[in-house]
Design a protein around this ligand. Sequence first.
Ligand code: 13P
Length: 248
Amino acid sequence: MRKPIIAGNWKMNNTIKEAKDLIENLKPLVVDSNVDIVICPSYLSIEAAVELTSGSPIKVGAQNMHYEESGAYTGEVSGEMLKELGIEYIIIGHSERRQYFNETDETVNKKVIKALKLNLNPIVCVGETIEERENNKAKEVVTTQVKNALAGLSQEEISNLIIAYEPIWAIGTGKTASSDDANEVCGWIREVVKELSDQSIAEKIRIQYGGSVKPDNIKELMGQTHIDGALVGGASLKADQFAALVNY
Ligand code: 13P
């Protein structure tokens, strides 16, 4: 049985003060939850988030990292720096990073390898554009993204990954993929993982859906056979809404 994992990707939202307020409001609402709960604030709020969530079921992740340990990469943050702050998860390859910040399958792969070396749990994001879906290319695109992201990983490393299927057309648009469509793609992803490792790892690995997940659609999504959690943007910014997702 795979334990569900609900993660909030705060994106470029919340000052440190706002982050602290949100965490304080969230904590009492999720004490009895049976799922893994992760919040991914901006780098600046990570230290406060780790401190404030200590002793609570909430774990902290980051939204990105560089694959090098240090060096002349102005504006970047390394996995080592994040690890020192006490994060446990790292979102890698979010479509917004692919779209606006030149993230490629190759850099995603380097970051996944680095994160695993640091014992961070990567949440690897994949997903197709609306044009790709309309041209029946979704399967090909997602399959390629997963294969490239996981290239060179050992079976054990693969078993420690979380993969998030986030169709780009569903992100921040209010258009959720139907639960059947989302489940179908998560099933394809599980097949690819099986090809790259084996049946037991494919059955163990957790696959999230992301894209306009809200309190009114979480239950149906989570009821699908291949969907083990959600990666949530907008609805993770309000304590009551995120708590409703966690306590679905
Ligand atoms: P929304 O939940 O705002 O659609 O964002 C999804 C997302 O990109 C999470 O990483």
